[in-house]
Design a binder for this molecule. Structure first.
Ligand SMILES: *[C@@H]1O[C@H](CO)[C@@H](O)[C@H](O)[C@H]1NC(C)=O
Ligand SMILES: *[C@@H]1O[C@H](CO)[C@@H](O)[C@H](O)[C@H]1NC(C)=O
Ligand SMILES: *[C@@H]1O[C@H](CO)[C@@H](O)[C@H](O)[C@H]1NC(C)=O
Ligand SMILES: *[C@@H]1O[C@H](CO)[C@@H](O)[C@H](O)[C@H]1NC(C)=O
Ligand SMILES: *[C@@H]1O[C@H](CO)[C@@H](O)[C@H](O)[C@H]1NC(C)=O
Ligand SMILES: *[C@@H]1O[C@H](CO)[C@@H](O)[C@H](O)[C@H]1NC(C)=O
Length: 576
């Protein structure tokens, strides 16, 4: 273990730049092997001043994500199985704590998730630079009189923590990150204005917190404020004086919608990110909607907006205001690609010029439970040319995705990833003539529960897919052949040259993957197959698929398999 620690310590010491080191040490505040949300981690780093100050909040966050990637690359952090989360391994956590205890003013007091009922002694607080007591059972906090070096205090999810002593923050002038989310704190103490260096304040998710003190205005450096799902019903107007405010997360219920003239949101002119969470049960009056959209459109530095538009007409108001003022707005959400322009459009029908217009600038498009369109081309194929990822889910009328008759050359030229799920009428992906250069960058295609789909690669589509790495076909009961014989005769043996992983699940009528054994499958590494009882012959010979590494299949299927000769079956067995 000691040798291992020495090696890991070497990785740490080898990090270029002091900021990467402190970013790594910060990870020790979280419970070992727990999932840490990367955006939160980066925000804390930013608030701590680890990312150097740059003008734009988003640029700083980009820098933070680069450091994160770097730490993952050198194995000091791990990617978690949960998207957009990382973990810190137990050994690394204790190493970070050990290192921080050796560096004079980097003391970390980390006792997350230990079932603590009593807070640690005041001496421990006094010497600490960062404190994490998250996920404990604290009911109260000690009166701390000497805590001048503390810069991060994480108390989230102490569900019974109800009160903060009046003078608690008096000696914490250097505090930069304060997290009190999911506690039972109903009000902030009178010493709050002492936190003049505070950058990030998390108060979200306790309905009992009903007032945001007007002394908030003393927090002159505040950049991030999260008050979602609290009982706060009116943002104090003083918030507009916080000229460093970059990111505000709130719920619609935090807005005093009876007083539309207050114009609080539009007064926070430095905002770059705004999230307004809406309880789907709330009904909005058109007036409220109009007021909010107008306020939002006055925020000229906004780069990220997460918002719920109940009707497409509301989006229209919003968007046309944006154009009218000739300021760009990005309808943003985080899907999978970082910092992408994303539009999630659900439960509507037909087309709408406003949607087509927004789509011209959209990179990630999710269309969900949409009715009365036969194909995606109805939004205008020319309007979909920026899409990098597209997901169509539960759209029962859609018969094909792209209508080749109206598609320009190089249609979907940026599309990397397509997901189609629960499309009960889908007959094909591409219908009509194939146009040159279309779908040329597609790397991943997923089809799930398309009961009418018979042909995946119709009309020469397969020839376009030279970049396709991942193909997944599941629960498509009419599919008999993956590569259809009659439409794809004289195929180049190097068809699907990049395909690495092929997943075939629950295809009861699938008889063949490809017409003959001529295909080379030069990149294929993994075949994952389940519930395909009619598929008796795999498309492999003793010389093709030279990169095959694994076949995941059921034993029963394997035993019914017919191969040309035993040597092939023997070869395949080695991958099983
Ligand atoms: C705070 O940090 C400084 C060094 O930056 C150190 O000299 C001082 O003793 C620390 N204060 C406490 C209370 O530990
Ligand atoms: C705070 O604690 C440090 C270290 O124990 C000590 O040197 C310093 O005098 C104390 N300051 C106050 C105001 O009590
Ligand atoms: C919305 O209302 C329904 C029915 O009244 C209720 O079951 C659901 O929990 C509510 N949702 C929220 C987010 O409050
Ligand atoms: C493409 O979008 C523009 C608006 O930007 C719209 O006028 C046009 O009708 C759209 N094309 C289709 C086919 O809907
Ligand atoms: C898709 O269909 C499956 C099975 O019918 C259902 O369980 C699932 O919730 C559906 N998903 C969506 C997104 O509609
Ligand atoms: C696509 O939808 C349009 C509008 O409904 C329709 O006219 C066209 O025939 C459809 N194309 C295909 C191939 O289904």
């Amino acid at each position: 273990m000691n040798e291992m620690l020495e090696f890991l310590k070497f990785c740490y010491e080898d990090l270029d730049g002091e900021n990467k080191k402190v970013c790594f040490l910060y990870g020790a505040l979280f419970l070992e092997d727990s999932n840490i949300f990367v955006d939160y981690l980066v925000e804390c780093w930013k608030a701590e001043g680890f990312l150097h100050s740059v003008d734009e909040f988003r640029d700083a966050c980009d820098r933070g994500h680069n450091i994160l990637d770097n730490l993952i690359k050198v194995s000091l952090l791990e990617k978690s199985a949960v998207k957009r989360h990382v973990r810190m391994n137990r050994v690394l956590c204790s190493m970070a704590l050990k290192i921080s205890s050796e560096v004079s003013d980097h003391n970390i007091l980390a006792r997350p998730c230990e079932g603590l009922k009593q807070s640690p002694k005041e001496e421990e607080w006094t010497s600490a630079r960062q404190i994490s007591l998250m996920d404990n059972d604290l009911c109260s906090l000690p009166a701390i009189s000497n805590c001048t070096n503390l810069s991060t205090l994480l108390l989230q999810r102490n569900n019974n923590l109800m009160m903060i002593p009046e003078s608690f923050f008096l000696s914490m002038q250097r505090l930069r990150v304060l997290d009190l989310h999911v506690t039972a704190i109903t009000s902030l103490p009178p010493s709050l204005p002492c936190l003049t260096h505070l950058r990030a304040l998390y108060l979200n998710s306790y309905k009992g917190l009903i007032e945001l003190s007007s002394s908030l205005e003393a927090l002159v450096h505040l950049e991030v404020l999260d008050i979602r799902h609290t009982g706060i019903i009116a943002l104090p107007i003083q918030i507009g004086r916080l000229i460093q405010m970059r990111c505000l997360r709130m719920s619609l219920s935090n807005l005093d919608t009876t007083n539309p003239m207050s114009k609080v949101i539009s007064s926070i002119s430095s905002l770059e990110e705004l999230m307004i969470d809406v309880d789907p049960n709330t009904s909005w009056s058109d007036q409220v909607m109009k007021t909010i959209t107008e306020e939002v459109s006055a925020l000229t530095r906004l780069t990220s907006l997460t918002f719920f538009f109940p009707k497409v007409e509301c989006l229209a108001i919003f968007f046309s205001i944006g154009i009218y003022n000739s300021v760009k707005y990005h309808i943003l959400d985080y899907f999978e690609y970082q910092l992408c322009k994303c539009l999630k459009y659900a439960n509507d029908e037909g087309t709408h010029p406003m949607i087509s217009e927004v789509l011209t600038k959209t990179e990630v498009f999710e269309l969900i439970d949409h009715r009365n369109i036969l194909n995606l081309s109805e939004f205008g194929t020319e309007n979909l040319s920026e899409l990098r990822a597209c997901s169509v889910e539960g759209c029962k009328d859609i018969r094909c995705i792209i209508d080749g008759d109206v598609a320009p050359p190089h249609a979907f030229k940026c599309l990397e990833r397509m997901v189609i799920k629960n499309a009960s009428s889908l007959h094909s992906i591409w219908k009509g003539p194939m146009t040159v250069g279309s779908l040329g960058r597609m790397t991943s295609l997923t089809l799930f529960n398309c009961p009418e789909l018979k042909k995946i690669f119709s009309n020469g589509l397969i020839k376009q897919l030279s970049e396709l790495k991942h193909l997944s076909v599941e629960v498509c009961h009419k599919i008999e052949e993956i590569i259809i014989k009659i439409e794809n005769h004289c195929l180049d043996p190097r068809t699907l040259p990049s395909l690495k992983k092929l997943v075939l699940h629950d295809l009861p009528n699938l008889r063949s993957i490809a017409l003959n054994d001529l295909l080379i499958w030069p990149s294929l590494e993994r075949l994952d197959i389940a519930s395909c009882p009619s598929l008796l012959k795999p498309p492999f010979t003793s010389i093709n698929a030279i990169n095959l590494k694994s076949i995941d299949a059921e034993q029963s299927w394997w035993s019914t398999l017919v191969c040309q000769d035993d040597a092939i079956k023997e070869r395949l067995r080695s991958f099983l």
